[in-house]
Design a protein around this ligand. Structure first.
Ligand code: 7GP
Length: 824
């Protein structure tokens, strides 16, 4: 047997398990070798088999991975670094097999071991290194970048604990730690050659250098080691393997030498824990900042480690000549979370490489690009100046200097306008001054983008209006998208096969080809096959819902689904009120408008968000009443899906008939779940919010259940909103409120839902539940009616899939590439 030892240069990925590996080895041989290496090869369980198999798939990627790096290094093309505190990757195995075109080979190999691929796939822990939309977008983008052969590296944090696991106790959410690395991570490669150290605390000193210039140093810092773990990101059948580089914090060996010297050996070793804490856990807040010091440490740790990594690579090739650096780099900031990269790049260029302010600023402001993901004020990051002064003193100096120079410009633009200066300053004055990270990001970036048309428009006309006046050319829109590999080809094999048969396989790389389906909407055979695919997906989901929720879903009924983070602005409450309304109608025997349906809600609430948690409890209590009434269940069933995550969505999305996208207009920046459902042929019931607007544009009003106030109407109604008026006007809502207020859903727990009831009745309700209820109900009546004509429903379903091409993240990434990144 021929074995070769593979050595590597410093920039190449090597896993210990692959040190001895034959590059021509087949998947089967590789698998055998990995199994044989385990201690008890005869008694292996599915988890061990999965691990050995995943290692084998990774081994198959290694030569391509190395080749990609070498090619990028030699080509010397512009590099993009996608900086994000979150990458919500989910499972990697099925996606790797699809992209690498290894499904057939896998089937052959696994036959010999009498194990089904699905059985192994089930063993993989989701990489839940993100909260929701923003983190999953980053994951879709990585897939599209690799699939379009772009030199883009993801930089993130290797959290020891990912997004918490959600359990339900008596209908309440409880959080359990997600130790996703417990059984090891077969995909990652530790790359110690890329270690860097990240400084914290200490203070700034200045001195006069030989040329008589004042220089600054940051001294007496406590340094933390950043260790790189690389994850492969295979492109779709194109030989490229990109890298997601995740940083882990470790103690440096010289940590607190002082203490060692004083004989405090054990204390000093134990103190190392502080360093390791930085990357311990993902903050589970979606769209709300929490201001914790550890969070800022994470942000700086990621930013500094990633920039040092980029600069080290540059310097190893070009020396400390930064003339071309800005032409060769873009740093895309995924919201403001990594925006401390801005002063950090300034610091590294000036303090470490000796550049002057102007050159450092030119480089920084020509390489940074910022994506905003929300308009919600509670999500806009502000850090206390005090915290910066203590933890990142040198960066605070730099931020002050950036602010001073920028405010000069503002003063020039609006002479004598002190209010403007205060309003636009990066520093928010007050008893406790804060740094406005979004302002810092705008000032220092050459590009600022929103994530859907309406969102970008609201940014430039509202939140960032003054900045838009100053720099209109910086602002641009990039409507989100999702990857058709994971979200159609991989998760919906029934539909994918049908598409392949009708259209060929080209749609996987070019989703606009789905529009060819429009020619077949009258094709009886297609309609039949389309229905059969949906039915089969619904049967599978029904089995899963039975297993996870203990509720029987009937695949003949309409599957009406809302899965996403639980947040008041997303209005799961509107959905629950509608369920109560249907329940009430059915109990009264008013069945004329009823189409049998199964309603599914799933999602996690931030652990500190009491109202969101109460909504979960309400959903569960209502579900209990609905599902335990035999008069009701022929027409209505309701389940709350626990621990909703990426893998759950892969099963839910293909089986959904009706997708709920019902946020208060103007609040959902884009949404991306909405696109996944559309791609898979679900119809949307939704408001004119986020990307819904563009989806509606593509598919037409006849194939979309539109309702509710527009963003402008919401704003106009705000000052004189009177929920009582809307409740009185709607018989349905009045009855729902009475039932809810009677305690019918909480007989043993009096009063627990009062905060929800009060929120609906409150004139300050920013989400305007009461205002939109009646319009929502009517749209639901329309949807129910339409569903009773399966032929027509299926035609609408086909039209939705056909119109979804624009929402491939390939399209979005094509726009980032051409309009922001300027790469080939
Ligand atoms: C989300 C937005 O809420 C969602 O509408 C959008 O589709 C997604 O980003 C991707 O752009 N925002 C977040 O996940 C988030 O944490 C706070 O925003 C910064």
């Amino acid at each position: 047997e021929r074995k070769v030892k593979v050595t590597s240069t410093s920039d190449e990925p090597v896993s210990p398990a692959s040190l001895i590996c034959d590059p021509c080895e087949t998947l089967g041989a590789c698998f055998e070798r990995h199994i044989d290496k385990s201690l008890a090869p005869k008694e292996r369980d599915d988890q061990e088999l999965f691990y050995a198999f995943a290692l084998s798939v990774k081994d198959q990627m290694l030569p391509k991975w190395r080749a990609t790096r070498q090619q990028d290094r030699e080509a010397g093309n512009k590099r993009v670094a996608y900086l994000s505190l979150e990458f919500l990757m989910g499972r990697a195995l099925s996606n790797a097999l699809l992209n690498l075109d290894m499904n057939q080979e896998t089937e052959q190999v696994l036959k010999d071991y009498a194990v089904a691929l699905e059985q192994l796939e089930e063993q993989e822990h989701d990489a839940g290194l993100g909260n929701g939309g923003l983190g999953r977008l980053a994951a879709c983008f990585l897939d599209s970048c690799a699939s379009q052969d772009l030199n883009v590296t993801g930089y993130g944090i290797r959290y020891e604990y990912g997004m918490f696991a959600q359990k339900l106790w008596d209908g309440y959410q409880v959080e359990r730690p997600d130790r996703w690395l417990r059984d090891g991570n077969p995909w990652e490669v530790r790359v110690p050659s890329h270690n860097v150290t990240v400084p914290f605390f200490g203070h700034t000193e200045s001195y006069i250098d030989r040329d008589g210039k004042r220089q600054y140093t940051w001294v007496e810092t406590q340094d933390v080691l950043a260790v790189a773990y690389d994850m492969p990101v295979p492109g779709y059948r194109n030989e490229r393997i990109n890298t997601l580089r995740l940083w882990k914090s470790e103690a440096t060996d010289d940590f607190d030498l002082e203490e060692f010297n004083q004989g405090d050996y054990t204390e000093a070793v134990a103190r190392k824990n502080l360093a390791e804490q930085i990357t311990m856990v993902l903050y589970p807040n979606d769209a709300s900042e929490n201001g914790k010091e550890l969070r800022l440490r994470q942000q700086y740790f990621l930013s500094s480690a990633s920039l040092q990594d980029l600069l080290n690579t540059w310097v190893s090739q070009h020396g400390a000549d930064f003339t071309d650096f800005a032409r060769q780099h873009v740093m895309q900031l995924n919201d403001t979370h990594p925006s401390v990269a801005i002063p950090e790049l300034m610091r590294l260029l000036m303090d470490k490489y000796g550049l002057g302010w102007d050159q450092a600023w030119t480089i920084t402001s020509q390489t940074m690009a910022y994506t905003n993901h929300t308009l919600l004020p509670e999500a806009l990051e502000r850090w206390p100046v005090r915290m910066f002064a203590h933890m990142l003193p040198r960066l605070l100096d730099i931020i002050y200097e950036i602010n001073a120079r920028y405010l000069d410009m503002v003063a020039h633009h609006w002479p004598g306008d002190g209010d403007k200066l205060r309003a636009m300053s990066i520093i928010e004055e007050g008893d406790e001054p804060h740094i406005r990270m979004a302002y810092l990001a705008i000032v220092a970036s050459f590009s600022v983008n929103g994530v859907a048309g309406l969102h970008t428009q609201l940014l430039t006309s509202g939140l960032f209006k003054d900045f838009y006046a100053l720099w209109p050319e910086k602002f641009n829109n990039k409507t989100n998208g999702v990857t058709p590999r994971r979200w159609l080809a991989q998760s919906n094999p029934a539909l994918a096969q049908l598409l392949n048969k009708r259209l060929g396989e080209g749609w996987v790389k070019d989703l606009s080809r789905l529009s060819a389906l429009n020619a077949f909407t009258d094709d009886k055979e297609l309609i039949k096959a389309w229905q059969a695919a949906k039915q089969s997906n619904k049967r599978q989901l029904a089995a899963l819902v039975k297993q996870e929720c203990g509720v029987s879903f009937d695949p003949k009924m309409m599957f009406d689904v809302q899965v996403k983070r639980i947040h008041e602005y997303k209005r799961q409450l509107l959905n629950i009120l509608h369920v109560i309304h249907l329940y009430h109608l059915i109990q009264q025997g008013k069945l004329t408008d009823i189409t049998p349906r199964c309603v599914l809600i799933g999602g996690k609430a931030a652990p500190g968000y009491a109202m969101a948690k109460l909504l979960i409890k309400l959903a569960n209590n209502v579900a209990h009443m609905v599902n335990s009434d035999p008069l009701v269940t022929p027409y209505l069933r309701f389940a709350f899906y626990p621990n909703y995550n990426v893998s759950a969505m892969e099963r839910i999305c293909p089986a959904t008939d009706l997708s709920e996208q019902i946020s208060t207009a103007g609040k959902e920046a884009s949404g991306t779940g909405n696109m996944k459902f559309m791609m898979n042929g679900a119809l949307t019931i939704g408001t004119l919010d986020g990307a819904n607007i563009e989806m509606l544009e593509e598919v037409g009003e006849d194939n979309f259940f539109l309702f509710g106030l527009t963003a402008d109407e919401v704003e106009a109604l705000k000052p004189h909103y009177d929920p009582q008026h809307f409740i009185a006007k709607s018989q349905a809502l009045s009855e729902v409120m009475s039932l809810l207020e009677s305690g019918h859903f909480n007989l043993l727990e009096p009063g627990i839902f009062d905060p929800i009831i009060d929120s609906i009745r409150c004139p300050k309700d920013p989400w305007m539940i009461a205002a939109d209820f009646e319009s929502y109900r009517l749209a639901q009546v329309q949807a129910a009616k339409s569903y009773r004509d399966p032929h027509h429903w299926t035609q609408m379903s086909i039209r939705n899939t056909a119109a979804s091409g624009r929402f491939s993240s390939d399209v979005t990434i094509g726009q980032y590439r051409d309009e922001i990144w300027g790469i080939a």
